[in-house]
Design a protein around this ligand. Structure first.
Ligand code: ZN
Length: 201
């Protein structure tokens, strides 16, 4: 398995430094894989649950998907977008927190920061609903791209098998309502992903 991972990393010029296995089974039955490290030394971490339930090909396909996020710059963009989101939130807060009119509208007789914080909590939820929706849209687009990357650089068949197993293990809904997916899902539903993998050349 180590050799398969290393040969894949070499093929796509991934700066692999080391591979670790994490005893994820001590905490949960969920299977996962990720890599960490900045610059030219990346560490790949595999959950023991992932190794136990998947063939070597499926495992490399899952890694290829994660590498796809890295190569397509999804990681750095998600990071930047969340920083922008934080600044935006703080900007809205700064407009509201010392606003006397807002305190009076909520029944105060003078400027009251605690009333304004309450107003912020109420009025910000529709805004965060919209930013959350945009982030989910962006995230789902990225998932399709990472799947396509794994299909192109490694194997669509192995990725398909791995996704099916992961979906069974996480008891995911095969037919979620499209509207619910639109508003809530950070990952596209399994059947959509499988169809997209098949259609990539
Ligand atoms: Zn992904």
């Amino acid at each position: 398995m180590k050799a398969a991972i290393e040969s894949f990393a070499a093929k796509i010029n991934f700066p692999l430094d080391n591979i670790f296995v994490m005893d994820g089974s001590k905490r949960s039955a969920k299977a996962n894989a990720f890599f960490s490290g900045i610059g030219k030394k990346k560490k790949i971490v595999l959950y023991d649950t992932l190794i136990k339930n998947h063939s070597t090909e499926e495992l490399v396909a899952v890694l290829a998907h994660e590498v796809g996020h890295f190569k397509k710059k999804h990681i750095i963009w998600s990071y930047l977008l969340s920083i922008i989101q934080i600044f935006f939130t703080l900007f809205i807060l700064s407009l509201m927190v010392f606003n006397k009119d807002l305190s009076i509208a909520l029944g105060g007789s003078l400027q009251a920061i605690h009333l304004n914080l309450l107003a912020f909590g109420i009025l910000f939820s529709p805004i965060s609903g919209i930013t959350g929706l945009l982030m989910s849209l962006y995230s789902r687009k990225n998932e399709f791209e990472a799947d396509a990357y794994a299909r192109q650089t490694y194997s669509g068949k192995a990725l398909t098998d791995a996704l099916k197993k992961l979906s069974v293990d996480s008891l995911s809904n095969l037919y979620p309502h499209p509207l619910y997916v639109f508003f809530r899902y950070s990952h596209p539903p399994l059947l959509k992903r499988l169809k997209a993998i098949q259609s990539v050349r």
